[in-house]
Write a protein that binds this ligand. Structure first.
Ligand SMILES: NC(=O)c1ccc[n+]([C@@H]2O[C@H](COP(=O)([O-])OP(=O)(O)OC[C@H]3O[C@@H](n4cnc5c(N)ncnc54)[C@H](OP(=O)(O)O)[C@@H]3O)[C@@H](O)[C@H]2O)c1
Length: 342
């Protein structure tokens, strides 16, 4: 790591920002080289960083002066303003929001999948990261693609409320408490009550489309990521809001190009260090959100196939949305980018 590197984390008080700070602490990044920034709402808030206390400062162009790397853990509308501001100050910028994922001038990078793009030349100094669901999808599809080819993927993502940040966490807490006290709760963050419910909508719908932005994002981001491998599977699915706090579950049907037995597929998945195979259903061992929190690997299990259609594989996976699906990608991509000299 560049010993003089200064890093700014924007959105440091959020679900993802908090994870970024603890990841940097785990990697012994020095407190005096770290600036934590937020909106005026969190200005002056104090964050513990090991033995040190960091004070959240408001974002201004001056705040980026002398900073080599800016990690943006902010909502997309804020990132659209802040990324160019940080870039203009000369910093490398990694953004975890959806703001630049579809922008052909901005590389879409999943560390460990297509990290080579971080060393390639590209316009500007901004890098986009995929969503947490796409992170899980790409991570588990890649060994299957290498072994058998992947033609098509149908996914249902059961998404914990932390994907809507601190406001999402608060709303599920409040709704659960209200329902347990016999009161009907109000829905503000989510389109419908999520407490003791399951809602087949996460985020807004695309204009004039039956697909939500989250769902359309998986198709587009997978296409961009797998284009770097020269083979793009068709990915489509449904995003479902479930009343859990952390972790996403993915129920998947994968159509392989070459039929594979469950044992062959399991062996391919086991070969990836980015995955943990939990697949002993008789012993009640399978992926669950409660097991994946704070784990940097994507968990996969419940592997099945159907004799009549041996090219289809059915499985279940989980990912720590705020950690593996966001904060680790920010830190890993950012530190690698900061090694670049220009
Ligand atoms: N949560 C996940 O699982 C996940 C996974 C992948 C990607 N993401 C993406 O990560 C980003 C952050 O999500 P989150 O879950 O951490 O949300 P969050 O808990 O709501 O946190 C948002 C953070 O951004 C700050 N912020 C908001 N507007 C700002 C502005 N104009 N200037 C500076 N700071 C601003 C907030 O500061 P204040 O506290 O001052 O408002 C807060 O620290 C979003 O783009 C989200 O889509 C999230």
């Amino acid at each position: 790591m560049n010993e003089n590197l200064r890093i700014a984390v924007v959105g440091a008080t959020g679900v993802v920002g908090t994870e970024v700070i603890s990841t940097l602490l785990d990697r012994d990044f020095p407190a005096e080289q770290l600036t934590v920034l937020g909106s005026e709402r969190s200005e002056g808030e104090e964050l513990e960083y090991g033995e040190e206390t960091l004070e959240v400062e408001p974002v201004t162009p001056e705040a980026f002066r002398g900073v080599g790397l800016v990690l943006l853990a902010t909502p997309a509308d804020a990132s659209r303003t802040l990324a160019p501001m940080a870039q203009a100050a000369g910093a490398w910028v990694v953004d975890v929001s959806s703001a630049f994922r579809a922008d052909g001038n901005v590389p879409l990078v999943l560390p460990g999948f297509n990290s080579e793009l971080l060393n390639a030349s590209f316009k500007g100094r901004i890098v986009a990261l995929p969503s947490a669901v796409t992170t899980a999808l790409a991570t588990l599809l890649e060994p299957l693609r290498q072994g058998f080819g992947v033609a098509q993927v149908q996914v249902t993502a059961l998404m914990g409320v932390s994907s809507s940040g601190n406001p999402g966490l608060r709303e599920l807490e409040q709704q659960t408490a209200a329902l347990l006290s016999g009161r009907e709760p109000e829905a503000h963050v989510f389109p419908q009550r999520v407490g003791f419910n399951v809602v087949p909508q996460v985020g807004p719908f695309m204009a004039n489309s039956p697909w939500t932005e989250e769902e359309a994002g998986w198709t587009l981001e997978s296409a961009r990521l797998f284009a770097t491998k020269g083979e793009v599977p068709v990915v489509a699915g449904t995003a479902v809001q479930v009343p859990t706090f952390y972790g996403h579950g993915l129920s998947l049907h994968v159509r392989l190009k070459k039929p594979a037995s469950v044992d062959q597929a399991r062996a391919a998945l086991k070969g990836s260090p980015a995955l943990k195979v939990l697949d002993s259903p008789g012993e009640k061992i399978y992926p669950m959100p409660s097991l994946v929190t704070a784990d940097p690997t994507v968990h996969v299990g419940r592997l099945r196939s159907f004799p009549q259609s041996p090219e289809w594989l059915t499985l279940f996976a989980t990912v720590d949305n705020a950690g593996r699906g966001a904060a680790l990608n920010l830190v890993e991509a950012g530190l690698r980018l900061a090694e670049r000299t220009a």
